[in-house]
Design a protein around this ligand. Structure first.
Ligand SMILES: [Zn+2]
Length: 979
């Protein structure tokens, strides 16, 4: 085919043909088969709040490649898929349509590639979800996902709701679902809790507690400064307010507080009884003098534009020695207002000693980073991050800081000396709180620490303390311990993701699990509360194993009570009584239970790494709560992001790539291969068009080579070349299996689509004709391609004359279950020789290579070195023995010999050499090189390779290389003029 475009068009036709056949022949419908090992894999189902995009596409592809690979190994594989209608994402979009918000409609139309007229009909949430569900499902089929579609469901199906009600009743009975009062991220407009999936840009609002320290003015009014670092209160020089912000004189618990009016409003969400008495412009507060309760000293109130009235109380304490913002703001103030002369009371007060910093760490970092003014926001953020981190990790409160407490009574000074001075920042933070509490100066409030976070409706998320609401108690220590136990027994890919899950298990606390709006399942005992999306998606993998049976038996959903799920998933209760109630035969009910037990536990769970701090961890928690140990999941695979030309994909940036568009543009196979070649699974994948196009080009080469070679093949044995090709195939298959099991998909794809093509081409040049081994090679090779490029592999499989589907074929077991050690060592040795000759070829011209192998006696040396090294022999003994041997054999440059032999042994690995020598007595280099002379010539691109043994007295000595022959390092002579 002449151009890559034509080949892509061909790939599209092939995909259409085979995806239709897959569907007609129900190729991926998997039923239990007793005695056949099973493999059950799932990937996180998508929200149909828009069409499937390439982010989903990457995760689903990884799951699919592994599923198809496991089929090649003879596993009975189940890969199902459902659709997550729960929650607000669907709702918010449907609302935008029904309210006729033109701007949003237009941006959806562009982003989703759907015309306005169609979109306008999707104002009803379920209709909206259905539409994008169907669209996405079609794209998945064409993309080649090997899914058993009989088990498809949505999370608003009545059977699913019954299942979720059962799960939540279980959690309630186990005491893991609790009613309580806890802070949550909250949308004031919607009046409901919000989590990651409810916010713009999918940000989880992090709820934290700020300390409020009560500074007071002469009239006893309280100015509660908000801070995450209460221990720095001893180093305060002044208080900041924002002159442009509005402050409210507010009655709080019998005191009069001065806080930003926005803070006053937030208090109402946090169960603080408060009422606003009067509003005051921020600038009127500037110039007041307040008493720092920690030092009993007066400090001035100054103005600062960086004070954010939306964060905390809108009143901030200034600690110039340890906070870069404060230092720079004070420096600006002193320069602009006071002509550069620092008044005594505003001088930075060194409080924390940190190794590597001077007395005023904030100043050090500012000078290091070159921060010029308050407007260098990026640098100031960086400076702040550094100082806060270093002080928290390595800082100690200075002993001499006690001087700041000169105005305090003795008891306070004593407490400070005993519990704050000399302590680490971590310890001092807690004891400072205690001190403030005893001084009647402590309070706290909740805040969204990573603010601003916005609800999908555009409203900023606040913290609300929810009273008497339902929470899943992920803080339960016994539950955490079980979750840790499950994680320990699980495989995690990549292994580094394990830390993220472990950390999440540690910090998770009570989590609000219901919302007042959105699609989903109501809490059975609390009407009006719908279980939210990250809570109704934790154990649904079990549901896949039985839903198709429930449907085909036409069991009405209202009959699926608690006892049904108890029986099916936990084996509780009486099958005969239950069957009668359900109106089905006992045998049919038992088959449902058996099918669950056949597929469970789940073998592999796939998702993007963004789900580590929530879904993947909840998945573990809920499994260990509901199921016995033997049914706990076995593996998690968390893949990296998909970037588009270097940028993170996000709907707000409008750079989301729809899977359907990509599949149409490049064909499913080229896209799949491009996605796999773009990055290893744990890496972020930068999707670039040229990678996909070059994948298509490589596929064209593979396709044409297979067709041509197959057509030219003969039923002949090509001797050494055939033997080599068979051995090489074994090696590829063994590595393929090993790398696939470790989910090193990029490595595998490079092997299959590049190295294996290269090796076949080498064979053709060496053998001259196409022998029997090439036919076997190709047949297995096409199977190996099929997980990555299923449609092209099917097309090839058919054109080779094989019946059935390559997707249902098996790799020959003997190719990967036992390695051919002898062949492996020979090839490793050849590689070593090839590398040596290539480095000579770089500096010398010539198309005839003469190789001298070392004498038998010297070769024996390798055996001894290998033995000594593998037995952990002392280096000096090894050196001594080698020296003696080499001297006896008459090698002049003993030290060179030592070095080379040592390198060579390390390269081939002592263990492999030993094993080989055990079999053969010794490594016969002469025999190996003679056997592969032809192969070496092809690989080196030279006319001829001649091999002599150094111990052959009749062999000519070209260039004195005969004498230079060492074990594993043949003497090399290169020329163009040998007759
Ligand atoms: Zn909202």
């Amino acid at each position: 085919m002449s151009s890559v475009d034509e080949f892509i068009a061909f790939l599209r036709r092939v995909a259409d043909k085979w995806s239709t056949r897959y569907e007609v022949d129900r190729v991926f419908e998997a039923d239990p088969a007793e005695g056949v090992p099973k493999y059950f894999t799932t990937a996180a189902y998508m929200y149909p709040s828009g069409p499937i995009h390439v982010g989903h596409g990457r995760t689903y592809l990884i799951a699919d490649v592994i599923a198809r690979f496991k089929r090649l190994l003879g596993y009975n594989v189940l890969f199902p898929m459902g659709f997550h209608y729960t929650g607000t994402p669907v709702l918010v979009r449907a609302e935008a349509i029904s309210e006729g918000r033109v701007k949003e409609l237009e941006s959806m139309s562009t982003a989703f590639n759907v015309d306005l007229e169609t979109l306008r009909k999707l104002g009803e949430p379920v209709a909206f979800a259905r539409y994008f569900h169907e669209l996405s499902k079609e794209a998945m089929k064409l993309y080649g996902l090997s899914i058993d579609w009989r088990r498809e469901f949505t999370t608003i199906d009545p059977e699913y709701k019954s299942f979720i009600r059962w799960q939540f009743t279980k959690l309630l009975k186990l005491g893991l679902l609790v009613k309580g009062t806890h802070p949550v991220g909250w949308c004031p407009r919607h009046g409901m809790p919000v989590g990651m999936h409810d916010t713009e840009g999918d940000v989880e609002p992090e709820v934290g507690e700020l300390t409020l320290i009560k500074f007071r003015d002469g009239e006893g009014r309280v100015y509660p400064v908000a801070t995450l670092r209460p221990e720095t209160v001893f180093g305060v020089t002044n208080v900041w307010v924002n002159p442009e912000a509005e402050y409210c004189l507010t009655e709080v618990g019998g005191e009069t507080w001065v806080i930003s009016c926005i803070a006053a409003e937030k208090f109402s969400y946090q169960l603080r009884r408060s009422s606003v008495l009067r509003r005051i412009p921020g600038r009127e507060l500037v110039g007041l003098r307040l008493v720092n309760p920690a030092t009993n000293e007066e400090v001035p109130v100054l103005s600062a534009s960086f004070v954010n009235p939306k964060f905390g109380s809108g009143v901030v304490m200034s600690v110039p020695a340890h906070a870069p913002y404060d230092y720079v703001a004070l420096r600006d103030y002193v320069t602009e207002e006071l002509g550069g002369a620092w008044p005594q009371e505003l001088l930075p007060r060194p409080l924390i000693a940190v190794p590597g910093y001077g007395e005023v760490p904030a100043k050090d970092v500012i000078e290091l980073l070159g921060v010029r003014s308050q407007s260098d926001v990026g640098l100031l953020e960086e400076a702040t991050k550094r100082v806060y981190r270093d002080e928290f990790e390595r800082g100690v409160i200075r002993e001499d800081a006690v001087k700041y407490l000169a105005r305090q009574p003795r008891s306070t000074v004593e407490f400070f000396t005993k519990h704050v001075a000399g302590k680490s920042v971590k310890e001092a933070r807690e004891s400072s709180k205690e001190l403030l509490r005893s001084l009647g100066a402590y309070d706290s409030m909740y805040e969204v620490i990573n603010s601003p976070v916005y609800c999908r409706c555009g409203t900023e998320v606040v913290v609300k303390v929810l009273e008497e609401q339902w929470f899943i108690d992920y803080g339960n220590p016994k539950w955490k311990e079980l979750a840790r136990e499950a994680l320990r027994s699980m495989e995690v890919v990549p292994e580094e993701a394990r830390n993220g899950i472990e950390a999440t298990i540690d910090w998770l606390r009570e989590r609000a699990c219901a919302r007042t709006r959105g699609l989903g399942t109501e809490l059975p005992w609390a009407s009006g509360w719908v279980i939210e999306a990250l809570s109704d998606s934790t154990i649904y993998m079990a549901f896949y194993t039985v839903i198709h049976r429930i449907r085909s038996l036409r069991i009405p959903a209202e009959k699926l009570g608690e006892e049904f799920w108890d029986y099916v998933f936990l084996g509780l209760g009486s099958a005969s009584e239950l069957a009668e109630k359900l109106g089905i035969r006992v045998k049919e009910l038992e088959a449902i239970r058996r099918e669950f037990l056949y597929w469970y536990p789940l073998d592999s769970r796939h998702s993007g790494k963004d789900l580590i701090p929530n879904h993947l961890t909840f998945f573990i928690f809920n499994h260990v709560a509901v199921f016995p140990r033997e049914l706990w999941p076995r593996r998690i695979v968390a893949n990296g992001w998909v970037l588009l030309e270097g940028a993170r994909m996000s709907k707000s940036k409008g750079n989301v790539k729809l899977l359907k568009n990509l599949v149409e543009a490049y064909s499913p196979d080229a896209l799949r291969l491009g996605l796999v070649l773009g990055a290893e699974v744990d890496q972020d994948l930068d999707l670039r068009e040229n990678v996909v196009i070059s994948a298509a080009r490589q596929l064209a080469r593979v396709y044409e080579t297979v067709r041509r070679v197959w057509a030219e093949s003969e039923d002949v044995d090509m001797g050494k070349a055939d033997e080599w090709l068979r051995g090489t195939l074994r090696q590829h298959v063994a590595s393929y299996v090993d790398e696939m099991e470790r989910v090193k998909l990029r490595s595998v794809a490079i092997r299959v689509f590049f190295k294996m093509l290269e090796d076949l081409e080498t064979y053709l040049k060496w053998a001259g004709r196409v022998g029997r081994a090439a036919r076997d090679y190709i047949a297995t090779w096409v199977k190996m391609m099929s997980p990555f490029t299923p449609f092209l592999a099917e097309e090839l499989w058919e054109s080779l004359g094989y019946g059935g589907y390559v997707a249902k074929s098996a790799l020959p077991r003997e190719l990967y279950e036992q390695r051919d050690v002898e062949f492996d060592v020979e090839q490793r040795y050849l590689e070593l020789v090839l590398n040596d000759v290539r480095s000579v070829l770089e500096v010398t011209e010539g198309d005839v290579v003469v190789l001298y192998t070392a004498s038998r006696e010297l070769t024996e040396l390798v055996k001894r070195v290998a033995e000594m090294v593998s037995l952990g022999g002392e280096l000096k003994d090894v050196v001594k023995a080698l020296y003696e041997e080499a001297t006896r054999a008459g090698i002049g440059d003993v030290f060179r010999a030592l070095k080379l032999v040592h390198e060579a042994v390390n390269y081939i690995t002592p263990a492999a050499v030993l094993k080989y020598i055990e079999n053969k007595g010794y490594l016969d280099e002469y025999e190996i090189l003679t056997k592969y002379r032809g192969l070496l010539a092809v690989k080196l691109g030279v006319r001829e390779v001649r091999v002599y043994s150094a111990s052959d007295p009749g062999a000519p000595d070209y260039g004195g290389r005969k004498r230079r022959a060492l074990p594993l390092r043949p003497g090399i002579y290169l020329t163009s003029s040998l007759s």
